[in-house]
Design a protein around this ligand. Structure first.
Ligand code: HEM
Length: 404
């Protein structure tokens, strides 16, 4: 890290007891008091913590800000992510022009049009999962019975990854997003996942199917445009990003709605337009990627009266941007009928989420289907006993015991 300071408070994602949907209390007040402040990271280094929506948008779109996690001052999440950071490079941690060269291989796969065309198939998967949940009867863990298998099945079909292997790749991906993982476990998980996906892409060269990895195999690997390693790293990014995030939005979003019965009723009974707006509001209110967008300044940058020096680490706290009163009225209130579209839950700038159109379709179908199937849905345990994912790169719940 570039600077150390005894005064800078520790970066923490610990939430207040009984208030699991608000940003960590350690960050409360920063928006009004100190929109650009210093924080101390797990390894004793420091980073600039950027709170305001406008400042984050400006920085995330600024070419003088790098997402390359190999830079010495990059503010990594944990010892495990530091140890694996030069490993398995993919476009999420690349800068231009390399980033766009790689990302554009996939933009056609995730257009609104293509994702909208998946609606009937996604609805079918949802109905099957809800049938199984209903058949086995209450109680159920919403994470294992619905929230996790839904996006996992969808991304597996899209990529052409056999869902039968889900126990393996879900466990490996859990190690990668857990800040408490040991260096050894994270390295093993990451290597196994890349080996598995590399083999899969190679097999698809001679036996392609109608899926994204087959297109990668025949269009890039077989033609020499990409190496096996590049294909495997890209597949790993899509597989992990494609299910960890949406799964947590489904479970945490349901948990939040259960604490706000009027908002829940609006989503359950609302038309598709209201539901689409409610999804944006839940994305804003919950900001599950709660560890912030992590970057390194490549030049001195003046922002909000502060000079960020070349080489300084920067964390754009999306959870604070999404509670910025300059952009959202009464930001701490969950209001499913508000216009929340300017939220930064999918990031901003060149790295803005590639899978956002898919996530939107999944969430727009999942919440109302679940709430309509089980109108009496409720938590089977007090909220205080729900295990929240404080230490994971993606926030949410480890399990959500529900009954109906
Ligand atoms: C990037 C959030 C679902 C694939 C991102 C970023 C955020 C994010 C905040 C920006 C990272 C950065 O700037 O450093 C979410 C949330 C989701 C979701 C909240 C669900 C609710 C998905 C899905 C996919 C996906 C379903 C499917 C493949 C990606 C990829 C990137 C990305 C590939 C990297 C884009 C780039 O660097 O150009 N996501 N995501 N995400 N997301 Fe998502």
């Amino acid at each position: 890290m570039t600077q150390t300071s005894a005064a800078a408070p520790a970066w923490t994602t610990r939430r207040a007891t009984g208030c699991p949907f608000d940003p960590p209390p350690a960050r409360s007040g920063l928006l009004g008091r100190e929109p650009i402040s210093r924080v101390t990271l797990w390894n004793g280094g420091t980073a600039w913590l950027v709170a305001r929506h406008a400042d984050q948008v400006a920085l995330l779109r600024d070419e003088r800000v790098s997402a390359d996690n190999r830079r010495p001052s990059y503010p990594s999440l944990s010892a495990a992510s530091e140890a694996t950071r030069a490993h398995n490079r993919a476009f999420i941690t690349m800068d231009e022009p390399e980033h766009n060269e790689q990302r554009r291989k996939f933009t056609g796969d995730f257009t609104i049009k293509r994702m909208e065309a998946l609606r009937p198939r996604i609805q079918e998967i949802i109905d099957e999962l809800l049938d199984a949940m209903e058949e086995s009867g209450p109680p159920a863990d919403l994470v294992t019975s619905f929230a996790l298998p839904l996006p996992s099945l969808v991304i597996c079909e899209l990529l052409g990854v056999p869902y039968e292997d889900h126990a393996f790749f879900q466990r490996a991906s859990a190690y990668l997003v857990d800040t408490r993982s040991t260096v050894e476990d994270a390295l093993t998980a990451s290597t196994e996942l890349v080996e598995y996906l590399g083999d899969l892409v190679e097999r698809k060269v001679s036996a392609p199917g109608d899926d994204l990895l087959s297109r990668l195999a025949t269009g890039y690997l077989a033609t020499g445009l990409s190496t096996r390693e590049e294909c495997a790293n890209e597949a790993r990014l899509l597989l992990v990003a494609g299910h960890e995030t949406t799964a947590n939005m489904i479970a945490l979003g349901t948990c939040a709605l259960l604490q706000h019965p009027e908002q829940l009723a609006a989503v359950r009974d609302g038309d598709p337009r209201l539901v689409a707006g409610a999804v944006e509001e839940l994305l804003r209110y919950l900001t599950i990627t709660h560890m912030g967008r992590r970057r390194v300044a490549l030049a001195d940058i003046e922002i909000g009266g502060t000079t960020i020096r070349a080489g300084d680490a920067v964390i754009c706290a999306g959870d604070l941007a999404n509670r910025d009163p300059e952009v959202f009225e009464d930001p701490d209130e969950l209001r499913v009928d508000r216009q929340a579209r300017r939220h930064l839950a999918f990031g901003s700038g060149p790295h803005q989420c590639l899978g956002q159109n898919l996530a939107r379709v999944e969430l727009q179908l999942a919440y109302p289907a679940l709430l309509r199937r089980f109108p009496g849905l409720r938590l089977d345990r007090p909220l205080t006993e729900i295990p929240f994912r404080t230490d994971m790169a993606v926030y949410g719940v480890h399990e959500l015991p529900v009954t109906w």
